[in-house]
Ligand binder design. Structure first.
Ligand SMILES: [Fe+2]
Length: 296
């Protein structure tokens, strides 16, 4: 079983970075941390879970609705404000469609289709739902972003709260998430499962799919393991007994920029990646090396 220390990235394919990045920066309050070679790393100021956006070109296909990412606002009324603002700027951002605000259980949300072929959600979640056992309703931020960080829209996305996957057999998938990936099931019911790493508030909603459309590995979630040795050992274990564990495909171990990683698919053919280091660690190392160089 993997012993992840966190879910650190979501990877996501769009068609054109020039077209899709403004959706994230202008409508969802993310910042572009890095952009190079058809890939951009995005971060919401309140969320350490990074979104890595890959440019797939004009033929990248539309992704199913149940492979969307969600962004949370702090107040119920902001969902309506987001709807109004995005409706008024639909053509500017080439948004294909936008749903009217919809109430479901403790959540209130809208969905938009960005031009890169993906659905995105802006949601409000009543924090009182925590009292009803909904752990995911707890705020995903320590400090609310203020209007000066995201002025003039009438709403402020406060965090990137969730990603979404589809499964074929809920019971088998639930077992895999806990017993192979080492993640924790924090909610759900007959038709859904909410999984996350206990160290992080962000989560993945898994919904049974009727007519599955399988994703490419460029759409995946990344788990960070404690060390390069742990990644190598996990790869050895999956090579040895992955089939019995439910691994449907295992890619080779890769070493890039001093980072060891591998990609694999789960019983539902959803893609995951195991890596040994996170952005923060490598960035800190780079900054450390740069200041050492400057001092010498
Ligand atoms: Fe959602």
């Amino acid at each position: 079983m993997l012993k992840p220390v966190g879910i650190i990235h979501g990877h996501y394919e769009c068609r054109s970075l020039d077209e899709t990045l403004p959706i994230f920066t202008d409508l969802l309050a993310l910042e572009v941390a890095r952009r190079a070679d058809g890939e951009a790393v995005l971060k919401h100021p309140n969320t350490d879970w990074l979104l890595v956006v890959h440019e797939g070109g004009p033929n990248a296909r539309n992704k199913p609705h149940n492979n969307h990412y969600g962004f949370r606002v702090g107040h119920h009324g902001e969902v309506e404000a987001a709807f109004e603002y995005i409706k008024a700027h639909k053509e500017q951002y080439r948004i294909k469609s936008l749903t009217t605000p919809h109430e479901a259980h403790f959540a209130y949300s809208i969905y938009l289709k960005e031009p890169g072929g993906n659905d995105l959600e802006i949601e409000y979640y009543n924090p009182k739902a925590v009292e009803h056992g909904r752990v995911i309703a707890a705020p995903h931020w320590k400090t609310l972003l203020t209007e000066d960080r995201f002025p003039g829209r009438g709403y402020i996305p406060q965090a990137m709260s969730h990603g979404t996957l589809q499964c074929d057999d809920k019971a088998a998938s639930d077992r895999f998430y806990e017993q192979v990936l080492g993640l924790t099931i924090i909610g759900g019911g007959r038709t859904s499962t909410y999984i996350r790493h206990p160290a992080n508030p962000w989560y993945i909603v898994v919904l049974p799919g009727r007519k599955r459309e399988f994703l490419e590995p460029v759409n995946r979630f990344t788990l960070r393991l404690a060390s390069a040795e742990a990644v190598e050992e996990a790869h050895r274990e999956f090579t040895r007994s992955g089939k019995g564990l439910g691994i449907t495909e295992l890619r080779d171990l890769e070493q890039k920029d001093g980072q060891v990683s591998f990609i694999f698919s789960d019983p539902d053919r959803n893609w995951w990646e195991a890596v040994a280091s996170d952005e923060g660690a490598s960035k800190a190392a780079k900054i450390g090396a740069a200041s050492e160089a400057a001092a010498s």
